[in-house]
Design a protein around this ligand. Structure first.
Ligand code: NAP
Length: 235
């Protein structure tokens, strides 16, 4: 039986690329976001309007059975600690952490194994949690919480559900557009990486597809970097 996926934030960037990879093999893919953006609805794909920044709003209906759940919404708030207000930290926590918490609490009763393996959940961190980077205090705090949540839930939900996080470095998506707005900025960013380029949505979505598949069936509680070598290498 083809699998059912719910991808929060699958209308752009990494999430959209993942939807494209899953489309040929999925039975159903529900994509939650505020707007459909570049999503092509039809076949297994449906768009479900949802805004995680409204904590009081009820979440949409979920499919009865979910084999894979992915939470993509996130932020890149790059400001000095001095200029950050408590409200900025709250906003980053709301989208990155508390949205994921509400999403997973809704999904939990419906997560079911598939292909003789456990269900799979994927969250998103950032390379800037494992490596201290200036201007990242707010977003790194929120994504650090995601890494803790990943390990705690992986323990609590084993053996029926696997939970992993992906920690990308700079990836060419709408979220990163401001950092990549000229050829000079792109070249300067690419030069920072041992592999001398920035990431593509496919670089990251390919790992997400693997983590949703039975081929990754013995991997849980991990935070996996997709970062051109940035987190591990000094070249
Ligand atoms: N791109 C990078 O360089 C990079 C680096 C490190 C980590 N990451 C992490 O990787 C993940 C995916 O990033 P991305 O670059 O693909 O992001 P993106 O291009 O901004 O796409 C985000 C997706 O989430 C949805 N979304 C955003 N806010 C939402 C909200 N309040 N309610 C519901 N849906 C919302 C967006 O659709 P709508 O706006 O229509 O709602 C869109 O589908 C994020 O968690 C990000 O923090 C990215």
């Amino acid at each position: 039986m083809p699998a059912t996926y719910v991808i929060a934030g699958g209308s752009r960037g990494i999430g959209l690329e993942l939807v494209r990879l899953l489309e040929p093999v999925a039975g159903r893919i529900d994509v939650w976001s505020r707007n459909p953006d570049d999503l092509r609805v039809g076949g297994p794909i449906r768009h479900v309007p949802c805004d995680f920044s409204d904590a009081a709003a009820a979440l949409p209906e979920l499919p009865e059975v979910i084999h894979g759940a992915v939470y993509c919404p996130g932020t890149i708030t790059l400001r000095s600690f001095r200029s950050l207000q408590p409200a900025d930290f709250r906003q980053d926590l709301e989208i990155n952490l508390l949205g994921a918490v509400r999403f997973l609490q809704a999904c939990q009763p419906r997560l079911k194994g598939h292909d003789d393996g456990p269900a799979s959940v994927i969250l998103f961190s950032t390379v800037a949690v494992g490596q201290g980077m200036p201007m990242h205090a707010s977003v790194s705090s929120a994504k650090g919480a995601i890494e803790g949540l990943t390990r705690a839930l992986a323990a609590e939900w084993a053996p029926h559900v696997r939970v992993n996080a992906i920690a990308p470095a700079l990836t060419d998506t709408p979220l990163a557009a401001r950092l990549l707005s000229s050829p000079e900025k792109r070249d300067a960013m690419a030069a920072r990486y041992p592999l001398k380029r920035i990431g593509t949505p496919l670089d990251v979505a390919a790992l997400a597809r693997f983590l949703l598949s039975a081929e990754s069936g013995w991997i849980t509680g991990q935070v996996l970097g997709v970062d051109g070598g940035m987190s591990a290498l000094r070249t």
